[in-house]
Design a protein around this ligand. Structure first.
Ligand code: FAD
Length: 320
């Protein structure tokens, strides 16, 4: 069966949810082999196996921890040349997309980014992408070389398929480009108990309609009632009401949760670019003509300060 390379996204060996989604999708295409860079592979192997990895390629050289992006490019390129995979899957974050583009270039392969679904087709993997503010669904497949595909978080629900992976340590020759950007320090962001924005099943976002930093407490209350991450429009971020790390959109983070709740957000094209692939979109806006309603599956025309407290009360009532 064809081998599918999956680049593992992890923090000190703790595997992040998008990798489990990639392994689930990779099983539709062939036998997943996880590519693990850095220290911590021992603790990760069990979870990678649980989600169907048949092999774990481990590269634990100083370069992969101390330098940005390019060591992963050397690793994936050389592993692809050694193993001849049928596809390479990566997570669709900024790093994943940069790595994917460089790997595709070096392999002379076709590249597809931001897939929201991947299935097996007669000529290799077939992807679905959402384009132009979700007005087009693009179906595509790579016609040259090893398909290199980045997949958005939440493209698939992670499914277990227990396997006992063979662990293979790999030696990689790192070229001069691998030493181009050195990491000086890493500082984890404070985000309390809330899920990470790109991984969250539910995102609750506030915009200019929230009308003040202190009012974001209401957005956080809704988020906590739903076990959600908090997002913000650029207008709210530029006003200094919420940190940029929570900005959703073209120049912020792209999210694709099961449920996206937009409160006091008009639905500008640049905001849509970051959330249009959410499975279900709910909007609360006091302007019935706000563009967000063109995209929303469910809309409430009303004042968010009246609607959201009722929503929290109802969630809590149903829980008790
Ligand atoms: P507004 O457009 O001002 O909308 C506020 C909405 O709140 C209105 O629809 C109003 O009816 C509603 N409202 C007001 N009070 C209430 C209330 N009490 N109850 C309910 N509803 C209420 N934007 C992003 O979000 N993310 C990006 O990454 C991004 N990148 C950009 C990149 C570029 C190059 C450019 C040019 C722009 C970018 N923008 C981005 C900005 C974008 O164009 C919009 O300006 C921005 O999204 C507007 O934010 P908003 O919807 O919160 O504010």
């Amino acid at each position: 069966m064809a081998e599918i390379l999956v680049l593992v996204d992890h923090v000190d060996g703790a595997v992040r949810k998008p990798t489990l989604e990639l392994l689930t999708l990779a099983r539709r295409l062939g036998e997943p082999s996880a590519v693990f860079l850095g220290p911590g592979a021992d603790s990760a192997t069990e979870v990678l196996g649980r989600y169907g990895a048949r092999k774990v390629y481990v590269v634990d050289a100083p370069e992969v921890d101390e330098y940005l992006v390019t060591p992963a490019v050397d690793t994936l390129t050389q592993l692809a040349e050694r193993t001849g995979p049928a596809a390479i899957l990566l997570p669709s974050g900024p790093d994943g997309k940069e790595i994917a583009a460089r790997v595709a270039l070096r392999l002379g392969s076709g590249l597809i980014t931001d897939a929201v679904d991947v299935t097996a087709g007669p000529d290799g993997p077939v992807t679905e992408q959402s384009a132009f503010a979700a007005t087009y669904q693009v179906t595509a497949h790579v016609t040259q070389g090893v398909p290199v595909i980045t997949v958005k978080p939440n493209a698939a629900a992670p499914e277990t398929a227990p396997a006992e992976p063979v662990v293979e340590k790999q030696d990689i020759t790192f070229g001069p480009a691998s030493h181009a950007v050195r990491v000086l320090s890493r500082t984890p962001r404070e985000r309390g108990d809330r899920p990470e924005l790109t991984e969250a099943d539910i995102v609750v976002s506030g915009g200019r309609g929230v009308n003040g930093a202190e009012n974001f407490a209401l957005i956080e209350r809704v988020a906590d009632a739903l076990g959600a991450a908090v997002g913000a429009s650029r207008a709210a971020v530029d006003a200094g009401w919420y940190p940029h790390s929570h900005q959703v959109g073209q120049t912020g983070t792209q999210v694709s949760p099961q449920l996206y709740l937009a409160a006091g957000i008009s639905g500008a094209i640049q905001h849509r670019a970051g959330m249009q692939t959410s499975k279900t979109i709910v909007a609360v806006n006091k302007d019935a003509d706000a563009p967000i309603f063109e995209l929303a599956d469910h809309g409430v025309v009303g004042d968010l300060f009246a609607v959201l407290p009722q929503l929290v009360d109802e969630i809590e009532r149903r829980r008790s």
